[in-house]
Write a protein that binds this ligand. Structure first.
Ligand SMILES: Nc1nc2c(ncn2[C@@H]2O[C@H](COP(=O)(O)OP(=O)(O)OP(=O)(O)O)[C@@H](O)[C@H]2O)c(=O)[nH]1
Length: 818
């Protein structure tokens, strides 16, 4: 039984694809899109169901044609009564061609039709000429009366022509045609003479000859150019292509040696609306290619020589592994104390002899189980590692001081963990303190999406005191409980794979790095590669400085033997001896190329393109504002923006200045940062530049919403760009009868006397205005550069305080790019 695709059946029946799909679905035959193939039985059903539609449609089309023709005829008649014969003649022919073009549906048919039509037109023209001349028999005067521009001499001439034509009737069509042409030419020439007015005849003829020559030359050049293009295009058109996976319309066009527009047209014909950079699947690409007569072979995707092939571990090879825990929380809430107390509590007598070393992670044994703790507390380190693509943590322990409650970094930590999909377990620390209020902490955490178990939520919250060593057992037991639920497993019997936790260059030992083994077993003598560093494992030690021969999943070990210092977060793989060097060399090359291209992060300017290319499904945003009310207003307004292709996700929203942790989170989660009435300091700005994070600050909420909305619609048209000139720190406030002078020290760039400024207090913009006067000692100056002191007074503003920062900037107009 031969099958046909839906669009082919629709094409045959002259109906829309959807009509066929509708019929099939009515008969419970599976039909999802135009490319689904259906069997003969289904084709029969469709034919029967749509035959009725088919005929009237064809009829309607015929009627349409007739109608159009009728209109055309009427038009022509109407035009006939208008005067200018030359124009009417052309209009009629064009009208005929246009109508005819509308009629044809199939490309090939269109081509043939055009040939036929051209012949018909030629006949038509002849008939039309006859009609025209016949018309002149009776209405010659009328025609001329209508032609304003041909009054006077022209009308006499036309009358003469008409009379000549009347006589010419006897000489048959050809002769009539010639007369017409001659008349036309004469009319045109008369008009031109009128236009040229009093220009001397000789000059006119030479300039005419010149322009004729030019036109000739140009035509010849065009012809040669077109021939050359055609020759090249024919040479480039492929007859067979290989497809190794989805590709963009442009890539397909390039492969086939065809114009992108041809591919888009073909896709439209198949019912697929695609843009140049849109990705199409192999099936669609195959259909398009085959429609062009190109043979398609599907091949295996090419392997990336810099990637180490991921081995899928069979479920039966997996064995339970210890959990890896990161401790996060606000500054001074007791992260380090907790890590220390856990480490000491669980050191058994015989291990106590070893000297505890900081290697970046340690493993504790608790009631026959093991738990690995990453030793660098804080969500920044955690996210920095994530930035390199490494998910090193299974469980995050969020430390919150019972007397202090939820603080800005607590919220940051929650959002960092959430963004990485890591479960959070809360340790409510400092329970020994008189002001400890765990219920208040729980309440606050609940407001940030962490609902305690006892209140019906799923977050375990354990009260502890690092100082008094209380609640530590409870905490460890709960960590094991969460781990048990997570069923953490890995295959220990394979090539090792892990993540670099820390790395440094040791004077005596060379490059040293701590690896957390995640899969397989790492052994002394293994050849390893981490990023662009490679080598043989010379020795391994644990956090107590003891020699280790083999490290199984979840075990951290310090490794010696690499050629170079890898970066933290880099993936380490044990590979075959000869592989390491070649892969490392290829990675160095890849790194060089990608550094040149710079990473592609989402920016407001580019959102629309990324949406169009299907690269962006979620638009992640981090909000920082001066007060909670603004944070909420921004969050609600941004979340209210509706776009069918993109969902707005607020990754983090908080009160306060934009800090480095925001930039890291933005970078790791491909988010943009929107600051309202807050500013990043110089370090943060540099970090954002380095990480290519789009960081925008606003003074009006509406502007922020507008920018995001417009960016999503591809209509963001920044007319001005803010350029920061420099910053000065206010070190002394001097009150004079005229103004308040900020005795300042320029910390970066320069401050000029005509720059706009913003006054920043603790990262929050308290005022925006202009410099009133800028002085060095007693003199008014135009600018003061970095590392110099100066006196700045601000136009109509007096509330300046020591420690404030004055940021100078100018608005530069962006010239639109054509
Ligand atoms: N009373 C009391 N004090 C504690 C407890 N845990 C930590 N502290 C004290 O709180 C202060 C901060 O503790 P750290 O462990 O350094 O806190 P941290 O979160 O690591 O701080 P950063 O490393 O600066 O982010 C220290 O003075 C500790 O002694 C506790 O359970 N009770």
């Amino acid at each position: 039984m031969s099958k046909k695709r839906i669009y082919e059946v629709a094409k045959e029946l002259g109906v829309k694809n959807q009509q066929v799909i509708d019929v099939l679905q009515k008969h419970n035959i599976e039909a999802k899109n135009n490319f689904n193939a259906i069997d003969e039985k289904a084709i029969d059903i469709v034919k029967k169901a749509l035959k009725g539609n088919d005929k009237p449609k064809a009829k309607a089309e015929q009627n349409g044609h007739q109608d159009k023709g009728g209109h055309g005829a009427q038009n022509n008649r109407a035009q006939d009564t208008r005067a200018n014969e030359d124009r009417n003649h052309d209009n009629r022919n064009n009208g005929g061609k246009q109508n005819h073009r509308k009629q044809s549906e199939k490309q090939e048919a269109r081509h043939n039709d055009r040939h036929e039509k051209r012949d018909n037109n030629r006949d038509g023209n002849r008939k039309h000429d006859n009609a025209k001349n016949e018309g002149r028999h009776g209405n010659g005067h009328d025609n001329n009366r209508g032609n304003d521009s041909n009054r006077g001499n022209d009308s006499n001439r036309n009358e003469r022509n008409d009379r000549r034509n009347k006589r010419g009737d006897n000489h048959g069509d050809d002769r009539r045609g010639k007369n017409d042409n001659r008349n036309d030419r004469r009319n045109r020439k008369d008009k031109k003479n009128k236009r040229d007015g009093n220009r001397p005849q000789s000059l006119l003829s030479t300039s005419l000859a010149k322009s004729k020559n030019k036109v000739k030359q140009r035509n010849e050049q065009n012809r040669q150019h077109k021939e050359e293009e055609k020759r090249r295009a024919e040479a480039a058109i492929a007859t067979a292509i290989e497809l190794d996976g989805p590709l963009t319309v442009k890539e397909l066009a390039d492969k086939m040696g065809r114009e992108v527009s041809e591919i888009i047209k073909k896709l439209m014909f198949l019912g697929v609306m695609a843009t140049i950079n849109q990705e199409i699947d192999v099936d669609t690409a195959t259909i398009v290619a085959e429609d062009f007569g190109v043979e398609v072979t599907e091949v295996e995707p090419a392997e990336d020589p810099t990637e180490i092939k991921e081995i899928e571990d069979a479920p039966e090879t997996l064995q339970p592994r210890p959990p890896v825990v990161t401790i996060m929380g606000h500054v001074d809430h007791g992260k380090t104390s907790l890590l220390d107390v856990i480490r000491q509590t669980n050191v058994t007598a015989h291990e106590a002899g070893g000297i505890t070393q900081h290697i970046g992670a340690y493993m504790v044994r608790y009631k026959g189980n093991k738990i690995t703790f990453l030793d660098t507390p804080g969500h920044e380190a955690f996210t920095a590692m994530r930035l390199r693509g490494a998910q090193s943590t299974d469980i995050a322990v969020l430390v919150v001081a019972a007397d202090d409650g939820v603080m800005p970094q607590t919220i940051e930590a929650i959002n960092h963990a959430k963004s990485a999909n890591v479960p959070v377990l809360v340790a409510i620390n400092k329970m020994d303190k008189p002001g400890a209020n765990p219920d208040h902490v729980k309440q606050q955490l609940a407001e940030h999406g962490l609902l305690p178990e006892e209140w019906g939520g799923d977050t375990i919250m354990v009260p502890v005191s690092a100082k008094k060593r209380q609640g530590i057992d409870d905490l460890l037991e709960n960590i094991l409980l969460v781990a048990e639920v997570m069923e953490l497993k890995a295959n220990p019997n394979r090539h090792a794979q892990g993540v670099v936790i820390e790395a440094k260059l040791d004077k005596g030992r060379g490059p040293v790095c701590t690896v957390l083994v995640q899969k397989g077993t790492l052994r002394v003598g293994d050849t390893i590669i981490a990023g662009t560093a490679f080598g043989k494992v010379r020795a391994m030690t644990n956090e107590r400085g003891e020699k280790v021969k083999a490290a199984r999943p979840s075990m951290p070990v310090e490794v010696l033997g690499l050629s170079d210092v890898p970066q933290a977060g880099e993936i380490m793989d044990a590979v075959d001896d000869n592989e390491a060097r070649t892969i490392a060399e290829k990675r160095i090359e890849k790194q060089r190329v990608s550094e040149m291209q710079k990473t592609h992060k989402v920016t407001l300017d580019d959102i629309f393109n990324q949406i169009q290319q299907g690269e962006l499904k979620d638009l992640n945003i981090i909000i920082k504002a001066d007060v909670q009310g603004s944070v909420e207003a921004l969050r609600q307004s941004l979340e209210a923006i509706k776009n069918p292709e993109v969902r707005i996700v607020i990754v983090h929203a908080a009160v306060g200045a934009i800090n480095e942790s925001d930039v890291m989170l933005a970078s790791a989660s491909n988010a943009i940062i929107i600051g309202f009435n807050v500013r990043p300091d110089a370090l943060v700005r540099k970090a954002a530049e380095k990480e290519n994070v789009d960081l925008r600050t606003y003074r009006v909420i509406y502007d922020a919403i507008n920018d995001v909305e417009n960016a999503m619609r591809g209509m963001l048209t920044p007319e001005f760009k803010e350029v920061i000139l420099g910053r000065a720190e206010v070190r002394q406030v001097i009150s004079t009868p005229k103004a308040i002078v900020a005795g300042s020290y320029v910390t970066e760039g320069k401050i000029t006397n005509n720059s706009e400024i913003r006054l920043i207090r603790d990262g929050i913009v308290v005022h925006e205005g202009k410099v009133d006067s800028l002085r060095r000692f007693k003199d008014e100056v135009k600018e003061v550069k970095s590392s110099f002191e100066c006196g700045i007074s601000i136009e109509k503003y007096r509330d300046i305080k020591e420690g404030d920062v004055i940021e100078a900037y100018v608005m530069e107009e962006i010239t639109p790019q054509l």
